[in-house]
Each structure stands twice: as C-alpha cells, then as structure tokens.
Design a protein around this ligand. Structure first.
Ligand code: GLU
Length: 283
C-alpha cells in the first residue's frame, strides 16, 4: 500500500516535470521546438502549409487536412508523438529555411522541394512525393504553353522553386508577380489581376477542385519541372533525418501512403506519381 502511494507520487512528479518541459517553449538548448524526449509526453512542433487544399489546409473549424498533414502525422507518431501531441505551425514558402534554422519547428512537411540550394541551409528526409510544375488559368484562357506567357501576368510565391524556375527558364519574359501564398495567387486569377498561376500540379489541382472554383479554372497539364517533396529538418540533425526516412519507408510498405494519396488527391482527381524511393531525387 505504502509502495503504491510512493509510486503514484513519483508518477505525478514525472508528469509535472514533463508538462513543464512541454510548456517551457524554447529553452535555448536546440531541441527544435519540442520535448527532446521522443514519446516522453511532450509536444512536437511541425511546419505545414495552411492554405493548400489536399496538401496542407487549416480548415474553418481549426482542423488540419491534406496529404502533407497525413505524412507529418504518421512521421510524428513514429518519432513517438501521438496526433494530440502535434502542434502545427504555418510554414509559408519563404519562411521554411529560417524556421528550421531557428528551431521553431522540429520538421517541415509543406510541399517542400529538395534542392541543392536549400540543402546548403537545411537537411531533407525523403523524397515522399514527386510533383511537377504546371500552369493554372481561367477555363477560357488561350494560355496552353509556357511560351504563351510572354508579357502575361504570372503569379507565383516568394521563396518557391516555382517562382525561381519562371525567372531562370520557364518564362523569363512573363511579368512575374510574387505573392506570399498560393491562395492569394488564386484570388488574383479569379479577379483577373493575373493571367495564370504557376506552381506544383499537386497544389493547383487541389485549388481547382474547390467547390467555389469548380469549372472556372483549367490546368495546362505541362510537366515543367520535377519537384521532389522532402521533409525539412535543421541542418546537421542526421538522427532525425534517419528516423524520418525509416518512417516514410514504413508508411509506403504498410499501405498508409496509398490511403493518404487516395483520400487527399482523389477529390481533386490528381494523378500522382508512384511513391519515390528514399534518396531517389529526380532532376
Ligand atoms: N514545391 C515547390 C517549393 O518547394 C513549390 C511549392 C511551395 O512553394 O511550397 O518551392
């Protein structure tokens, strides 16, 4: 009886100390916005997009949905965090490297393409999806090829590979409008402020399938680039990269990857590429 009391008290103290760790915020020890003891009862901060239907979306009721959300939730679980221990944080395209470097989040799953330039600043696990850059226009637009974009207003997002590719090769003669998010580009397309939006086909398909846009937009269906989605972690955190790679492999082999694809891309009728092999980056 006595022993049991002691045990209960010790357990209570442990819960208190873990709670303190979880709520303590950034204590400057570099454990990337989370309790460093995986599965120890703390929370984990994960960066996702908030405005990309089918990939990373914060819904009106505050819930999160999308393929990246499902991948992030699976990975977090493998790292020892149940879904109720995940704190999602918005990771806009231009903020991702800084968020990881500062330790705001432990990892980012946000349509985040693996590139050599980004690898100077962050490390990546994956890839876990292969997408391609494409164009979205109004349904009655004459724009069908990248060459039709000369002189046209083309929207993309600051800090994205999509905007960079436009300048470098896809349409250097287009008038590039760089906005902060893709939802702002889509609003601009609907209002006529821009003539086309360019980014990954996975993202554009998700927007085009939204109830409020049904029938209004069309995807050109051009594979203008290879976008190998990786999970970003702080530079040098090889241990987390290895654990996430193991989680991604498991997600594919146990069928959870296929389920997430069907649930999230099915409604948009997005024909995704098969699951890539870890480390197989298509240039
Ligand atoms: N996948 C591309 C990138 O990482 C475009 C989508 C995005 O901005 O998240 O830049």
């Amino acid at each position: 009886m006595k022993l049991r009391k002691v045990t209960a008290a010790a357990a209570a103290a442990l819960v208190l100390s873990l709670t303190a760790t979880a709520c303590g915020g950034d204590d400057g020890n570099g454990d990337a916005g989370s309790d460093s003891t995986a599965g120890g009862g703390g929370t984990i901060k994960v960066g996702i997009k908030y405005d990309q239907p089918g990939l990373g979306l914060k819904e009106a009721g505050g819930e999160f949905s999308g393929f990246d959300v499902d991948v992030a939730t699976y990975v977090a679980k493998e790292l020892g965090y149940e879904p109720d221990k995940i704190e999602f944080v918005e990771a806009k395209s231009a903020d991702r490297e800084t968020m990881l470097a500062r330790g705001d989040v432990q990892f980012i799953a946000a349509t985040y393409s693996i590139t050599d330039e980004r690898k100077q600043k962050v490390d990546f696990a994956g890839p876990y999806l292969l997408a391609h850059q494409d164009l979205l226009t109004k349904a009655d637009s004459d724009i069908t090829e990248a060459t039709d974009l000369n002189g046209k207003k083309l929207c993309s997002v600051t800090g994205s590979t999509s905007a960079q590719n436009v300048k470098d090769e896809i349409a250097p003669k287009a008038q590039l409008r760089s906005y902060g998010t893709y939802s702002e580009c889509i609003a601009g397309l609907q209002s006529g402020a821009v003539d086309a939006v360019t980014t990954d086909d996975s993202i554009l398909a998700g927007f085009a399938a939204q109830e409020q846009y049904k029938g209004q937009f069309k995807l050109a269906g051009l594979k203008l680039s290879n976008e190998n989605y990786g999970i970003g972690v702080k530079k040098g955190d090889t241990e987390t990269v290895n654990k996430i790679n193991a989680a991604l492999e498991k997600m594919v082999s146990d069928g959870a990857w296929d389920t997430a694809v069907k649930e999230n891309f099915g409604p948009a009728n997005y024909k995704n590429e098969p699951a890539p092999k870890i480390g197989d980056i298509k240039s």
